[in-house]
Design a protein around this ligand. Structure first.
Ligand code: FAD
Length: 386
């Protein structure tokens, strides 16, 4: 497995164990059926509780049964899951970074007790509703709103492109509180409440092995105790996105590494003109470039882990990591596909699946362009969003 500068040799015992557990899970439980799931547009939902038992949801948090592992261990976990498929890593990212994290960071004790153990064990599924049909890159213009009526809130609006909404028990919905100057607040909305719909989006040709849907909210009444008390304004959703984007920077390395390994093996096995295609300089150049790009992205991910561990990871660092590593995986999975020739366009091999998935990963959690603007602002002090 590519780890060209031997970074994994420095992992602690716990980090190595987490890597091995995730790698084994992907190889034995997930990989055998991924092509079928990708073709059918399904996710192996039966694995959700098992992933919980293995500690794949927010293990970097502490308390409520969560072990508080290192940020490197969390990153390695995302890397190994995404080597399986971006849909698998998305499941763990959404559950952990976008649902459990805000409850852990901003929830009341009752909310934490009610949700964190079940979400952590995969006995409940959560989703994160920020994007709306008319507001993607600019979520602060959201129209979904809440109106206070006595000790209840009434929610109206619609969210779209929501990972796992059709199978979720609870949605973290970000909405403007009309009774409080349109301040953005986080609402825990059980999906079986009257007025909630979660239609599935079926026609994706990327991230097919992941369930995506909408959240419709029509006069949905929720009690006051379902509001996340600890955060107000866009800081709420943006801090969740920072957690998830960190995991994506790691995950992309896993997807690219998997594509690379398939290409390297194929180049060694495939004979043309009387010998393996790996003996051609053109193919070696592709492999050398892939290995270099993967390794430099891996180094960035490891450095981000160190900075996160000591509380020094900034939004600029996260944007650079997500932006660089996802672009790298998008480009390199395509080169891997090339090396596989005609076979490369089938689901028998992973590169084209990763390549298709990377179109989503390039777009969600802040598009590549938006991360360019965040970095641009960080470097110049001038915002170029509008
Ligand atoms: P737009 O914002 O309309 O952007 C269109 C294009 O314009 C992009 O290329 C963009 O980079 C560019 N652009 C926009 N603004 C600027 C600017 N200021 N300067 C230059 N270029 C600009 N959202 C959730 O809330 N929860 C989820 O669980 C979730 N899961 C998703 C799963 C999938 C499979 C997908 C595809 C998306 C998911 N999303 C989710 C939504 C995702 O975050 C949005 O698609 C993303 O933020 C982009 O928004 P948009 O699609 O509306 O594109």
């Amino acid at each position: 497995m590519l780890d060209y500068v031997g970074l994994e040799g420095d992992l602690t015992e716990e980090e190595t164990l987490i890597r091995d557990t995730a790698r084994r899970f992907v190889d034995e439980q997930f990989r055998p059926d991924i092509a079928e799931h990708f073709e059918n547009g399904t996710f192996p939902t039966e694995l959700i509780p098992e992933m919980g038992e293995l500690g794949f949801y927010a293990p970097n948090l502490e308390g409520y049964g969560l072990p508080g592992v290192s940020e490197t261990a969390y990153g390695i976990l995302m890397q190994e899951l995404e080597a399986g498929d971006s849909g698998l890593r998305s499941m763990a990212s959404v559950q952990g970074a976008l649902v459990m994290y805000p409850i852990h960071a901003f929830g009341s004790d009752e909310q934490k007790e009610k949700w964190l153990p079940d979400l952590g064990m995969g006995e409940a599924v959560g989703c994160f509703g920020l994007t709306e049909p008319e507001h993607g890159s600019n979520p602060s213009a959201m129209e979904t709103h809440a109106e206070r009526e006595g000790d209840e809130y009434v929610l109206n609006g619609s969210k779209t492109w929501i990972t796992n909404s059709p199978i979720a028990d609870v949605a973290v919905v970000w909405a403007k509180d009309r009774s409080d100057d349109d301040t953005v607040r986080g609402f825990l909305v059980e999906t079986d409440r009257d007025g909630v719909t979660t239609n599935k989006i079926d026609d994706k040709i990327s991230l097919r092995a992941s369930i995506t849907g909408e959240i419709g909210l029509q006069n949905v009444r929720i009690p006051e105790e379902n509001v996340l008390p600890g955060v107000r304004g866009m800081k709420g959703p943006l801090s969740c996105l920072s957690q998830a984007r960190y995991g994506i920077a790691w995950g992309a390395v896993g997807a690219a590494r998997d594509a690379f390994e398939q290409a390297r093996q194929y180049a060694l096995d495939r004979d043309q003109f009387g010998g393996p295609i790996a003996r051609f300089q053109l193919q070696q150049q592709k492999l050398a470039e892939m290995a270099t790009q993967i390794t430099t992205s891996q180094l960035l991910a490891y450095r981000m882990a160190e900075l996160k561990e000591r509380g020094d990871l900034t939004p600029g660092h996260i944007s650079m990591g997500k932006r660089n590593n996802v672009r790298m995986a998008r480009d390199q999975s395509r080169v891997a596909r090339e090396i596989l020739g005609g076979n490369g366009i089938t689901t028998d091999y992973s590169p084209m699946r990763h390549m298709a998935n990377m179109e989503t990963v390039y777009t969600y959690e802040g598009t590549h362009d938006i991360h360019t603007l965040i970095l641009g602002q960080d470097l110049t002090g001038i915002a170029a969003f509008e």
